[in-house]
Each structure stands twice: as structure tokens, then as C-alpha cells.
Design a protein around this ligand. Structure first.
Ligand code: TRP
Length: 331
């Protein structure tokens, strides 16, 4: 049984891309691992400091991940800021994190360009906080996407450095949890690239979208003027819609439209109608749970409380041992 930690940035609603890219695999992962999922609200402060949206986003993430199937009986799900131990370990790790290596981090360099009116110390030390999140539970595995690989590498550096400085083997060096073939990349509806909320309105289908919104978004998805040759290669915007269909529809449906495309008989209107209905059928049960959980403050409170207790039990133990190792000892 591996210890797995995964942080969820609390900005933006859950869309099909998040679902197939991560959440669906989290649900499987929790069956045979000791999983800690947390909502990274401290991290959100580095870019989104507004109190009302912070609170709203944390609740939204909790609701949507529970609705998708993260099971608080099997996993530990908690809010990052409910663990003072994380803040403490972050402080301690900062003493062995060097300005130069932090400044060389690609995400930081990117942020300097895009967020140049607020380059705060939290942004610079973002990888230290992330390392604290992970090693506070002495995790072995972290499910990360490509964009987080450098952060995970830095986590290993900080863990290794701690072990080296204090002549211990206390922290494992966490490795990427690889979903292999199960990692499905869902493209957006605008014909360009991946599904994401920042790529423009209508590009992403959210799990909380009403059926009519989904129909509208799908009907407006970018297509071309249709195939001109039998069995021709599909242009990217058409391939994208087929990729989404593969994720949500039955194999028969995909085969049916693939056949029509190959015979140059496909009518994109029918194709999109089917795709929209299949997305709606797929998201409906999750959306239903999102709606009911959103109104159940009592339950959410209970889940967050229980998650905090379980997470703190693990974090407390680590902090006590770390303090001991570092020389904070009682007289
Ligand atoms: N940086 C991650 C992201 O942007 C979120 C995150 C914070 C995280 N702490 C983590 C992910 C710890 C995995 C483990 O997606």
C-alpha cells in the first residue's frame, strides 16, 4: 500500500478534461492506496487572494470531487489550511531552499511575466509549500501532470537535502504516480487544443453545466466543411470531437459515426446532437450529486472535519519527528 498525496488547486469548476485527466483515476487509485487529497487553498493565495472567492472555490472543489466519487471512507480528503503542520514544515523547509533554485523554476519564471504586478514570496516558494504538502505524510507517490513534474523534482531535492543535512533517511523521495494508458487527454471544443477554462468561453464542458448549456456548447463546437475523400484522415477539430465521444459514448456509437465519416456521409448536426446527449447522460448523475451536496452544509462540514482529523494525525507525527531531528528538543 503506497501513500499517495494529491493537491487540487481551488480555482475554477471541474470540467470533462479534469475528470478524465485526473479525477476518474483518483477514484480507482483510492481503492488500493492510502490516499490523501487536499484542496490547495494556501497555494491559491499566491494568485487569487480574494476572501470570498477563496471560500467559494474551496467549497466548490470539495463538492465536485465528492460528487465525482472521491470517497471520504476510503480516502482522506481535507483542506490544506486546516493543517497548521503544513505551514510549519513549509517554514522549516524554507531554511534549506535556495533563492537561486527557486528563481530557476519554470512556473515562477512564467508567473513573473504574466503576473508582474504581484510577484510575492509565496509565488517564489510555491514549490517549497508543495513539497511540504507531500512529505508531511511521507508520501511515496504523487499523481502529477506534465506541468507539475518540475515541482515534484524539487520536492525530491528538498527531501534528499533534508536527509543529507540531518544524516537521516526520514523522508522518502516521492515519485510520479503513473496512470499509463488510463490517462485520457480531453480536447476542448474550439478545435485548438486541450479543454480548459482559460481557453475561452464554451471551450470546456463543466460537470455542473445544465443540459441546455451543454447542447449549446457542443452545437457551436468548431468543425470543417466535411470529408471530401473516403477514409481520409480527420482534421484536428473533428478528431477532437471523436476523442470526446470515445470518452462518453458507447463503442457502437463511435463506430457508427466513424463509419459515416469514412463514407463521407456524416452530418455534423446529427453527430453533435448525439455527442451532446451522451455528454449530458454521462455528467447527469455527477451533476445531480453536485446539486444535492451543494445544499448540504452539514455533511460537507462533517467530511472536512473528519478529513482534517485523519490528516492531522499523520501530519502531527511527522512534525514531531522533524522537530526532533532538527534539534528542537525539550530541555
Ligand atoms: N501545484 C499543483 C497544481 O497546480 C497543486 C498542488 C499543490 C499539489 N500541492 C500539491 C499537487 C501536492 C500534488 C501534490 O496542480
Amino acid at each position: 500500500m503506497e501513500i499517495v498525496v494529491s493537491g487540487i488547486r481551488s480555482t475554477g469548476n471541474l470540467h470533462l478534461g479534469n475528470y478524465f485527466g485526473a479525477v476518474k483515476n483518483f477514484i480507482k487509485m483510492q481503492e488500493d492506496n492510502d490516499c490523501f487529497f487536499f484542496i490547495a487553498d494556501y497555494h491559491s493565495l499566491t494568485t487569487h487572494p480574494d476572501p470570498d472567492s477563496l471560500h467559494h472555490n474551496v467549497k466548490q472543489v470539495l463538492v465536485e470531487y465528492l460528487a465525482s466519487g472521491i470517497d471520504p471512507e476510503k480516502s482522506t480528503i481535507y483542506v490544506q489550511s486546516d493543517l497548521p503542520e503544513v505551514a510549519e514544515l513549509y517554514l522549516l523547509l524554507n531554511m534549506h531552499a535556495y533563492k537561486g533554485e527557486l528563481e530557476r523554476n519554470t512556473s515562477f519564471k512564467e508567473k513573473i511575466k504574466t503576473q508582474n504586478e504581484n510577484i510575492n514570496a509565496g509565488l517564489l516558494t510555491y514549490p517549497v509549500l508543495m513539497a511540504a504538502d507531500i512529505i508531511i505524510h511521507r508520501a511515496n507517490k504523487v499523481p502529477v501532470g506534465k506541468d507539475q513534474e518540475q515541482h515534484l523534482e524539487m520536492t525530491r531535492t528538498f527531501a534528499r537535502r533534508f536527509n543529507h543535512i540531518y544524516k537521516t533517511e526520514y523522508f522518502p523521495e516521492p515519485q510520479a504516480y503513473n496512470f499509463g494508458e488510463n490517462l485520457v487527454k480531453i480536447p476542448g471544443l474550439d478545435g485548438t487544443g486541450k479543454m480548459g477554462k482559460s481557453e475561452g468561453d464554451g471551450n470546456a464542458v463543466f460537470m455542473s453545466d445544465e443540459p441546455d448549456i451543454i447542447r449549446k456548447k457542443v452545437m457551436r463546437a468548431v468543425t470543417d466543411s466535411g470529408p471530401e475523400m473516403m477514409n481520409q484522415e480527420k482534421p484536428v477539430e473533428i478528431q477532437n470531437l471523436f476523442t470526446i465521444m470515445k470518452a462518453v459514448s458507447s463503442a457502437d456509437t463511435v463506430e457508427h459515426f466513424d463509419g459515416l465519416y469514412n463514407n463521407c456521409e456524416i452530418r455534423y448536426g446529427d453527430f453533435k446532437k448525439q455527442l451532446a446527449e451522451d455528454i449530458i447522460a454521462f455528467t447527469a448523475p455527477i451533476k445531480e450529486r453536485i446539486d444535492s451536496l451543494s445544499g448540504d452544509g452539514e455533511y460537507l462540514k462533517k467530511v472536512a472535519q473528519r478529513g482534517m482529523e485523519k490528516a492531522r494525525e499523520s501530519a502531527d507525527k511527522t512534525i514531531l519527528e522533524v522537530r526532533q531531528i532538527m534539534g528542537f528538543r525539550p530541555f
